[in-house]
Ligand binder design. Structure first.
Ligand code: ZN
Ligand code: ZN
Length: 366
């Protein structure tokens, strides 16, 4: 069988697709005989003579019977489909609401981001403005100092220029008695007065990476993706959740415990630290994560146990196919838990309510 043949193709309903090829009720191979039977092996209507010819030893039922059965299936299905229609339309509606809500919420976040951005812009603008003012005040003050100093020296410079002019003038008049009034200020000018030096202010840029800085003032939490539990719609229209516990998308290996068995028949986890295994040595063992045996018991002879499971009290149950029963291992003894009255138990499992689920067969064919 090809891989593709395992799938059914769902085609939209059209009257074309169900148009009968031939509604003639007479048998083509046996003219005059009506096809009132249905061959279950070939899935075609046949006549009674066909059973002795092409459809010899084939299983056949009355065509009316199969039509009646099919009609009741179609009728029942239709009822169910109407229920599904309601359920599915509710889900579609629900999804629509979800999309609308999601859009609203994400738009809200978008506008919040804009607001926060504006706030930070304002804060930074204000900080820059404040620094600008401080800077301007400082520059004014500094320039004032520098100008005063300059004025001071300029003043002395002017005095020197004045003295030069005066001295040159005195020297031009050879017999002037005015020379006697000359007072030298060279000694006073020999000492150039000390001055204050001022360097302009400088911006300090702390060594912060842009990404780190932005991360400190603004970041966002990614959207959360999870899988909602599916549910089944019963024949009466009741809805039951399939599972509320979500499976991990990727399995995680906690530990690898090597065993000497060729085959492990049963395994059940008591906790993340302890595991029970049942191997082909016919022993049921409790191991820790390092693989050391904590507890061990032999419970049956021969290859007659099939699976193990643990109940809510931490007791191990095992299936015994020869005795067609299930045993439970208590703290002190091993006792018969369920007599399967001829049914052969295989897989075992306790559900969360502590009820035992058993996979079983009546013999090797059923
Ligand atoms: Zn026929
Ligand atoms: Zn046939």
């Amino acid at each position: 069988m090809s891989f593709g043949a395992a799938y059914h193709e769902i085609l939209p309903y059209t009257s074309e697709s169900v148009k009968p090829k031939s509604e003639a009720s007479d048998c083509k191979d046996h003219p005059g005989k009506s096809r009132h039977l249905y061959c279950q092996d070939c899935n075609v209507p046949i006549c009674s003579l066909c059973l002795t010819a092409n459809h010899k030893r084939h299983g056949a039922v009355e065509l009316s019977e199969i039509l009646g059965k099919t009609r009741s299936i179609v009728t029942e299905d239709l009822k169910e489909l109407h229920r599904f229609e309601r359920e599915y339309s509710m889900i579609v509606e629900d999804r629509d609401i979800k999309i609308k809500k999601y859009t609203e919420q994400s738009n809200q976040e978008k506008s919040s981001l804009k607001t926060i951005g504006q706030i930070w812009h304002d804060i930074i603008d204000k900080a820059i403005e404040t620094i600008e003012h401080e800077l301007a005040d400082m520059v004014n003050e500094d320039l004032q100092i520098l100008r005063v100093e300059k004025d001071k020296v300029q003043n002395l410079y002017q005095i020197i220029k004045g003295c030069i002019e005066q001295n040159e003038h005195i020297l031009k008049e050879e017999k002037s008695l005015k020379m006697l009034e000359y007072k030298s200020i060279v000694e006073e000018l020999r000492l150039v007065p000390s001055m204050r030096d001022v360097r302009p202010p400088k911006l300090t840029l702390p060594d912060v990476k842009k990404e780190e800085f932005i991360e400190k003032i603004l970041s966002f939490q990614s959207s959360v993706h999870s899988t909602l539990p599916g549910f089944t719609i019963s024949k009466t229209g009741d809805v039951t959740m399939v599972s509320t516990q979500m499976m991990m998308e990727e399995p995680v290996v906690l530990d690898v415990l090597p065993t000497k068995f060729k085959k492990i028949k049963g395994i059940c986890c008591e906790s993340t630290e302890k595991v029970w295994i049942y191997g082909d040595d016919e022993k049921i063992k409790q191991l820790d994560r390092s693989g050391s045996t904590l507890k061990c018991f032999s419970a049956a002879t021969g290859n007659s146990q099939k699976d193990i499971a643990m109940n809510n009290d931490g007791n191990i149950a095992f299936s015994h196919k020869e005795e067609t029963c299930i045993y439970l291992v208590n703290k002190t003894k091993i006792e018969k838990f369920v007599d399967m009255s001829g049914w052969i138990p295989y897989g075992l499992c306790f559900n969360s309510d502590g009820e035992l689920l058993v996979c079983m067969r009546y013999d090797y064919t059923e």
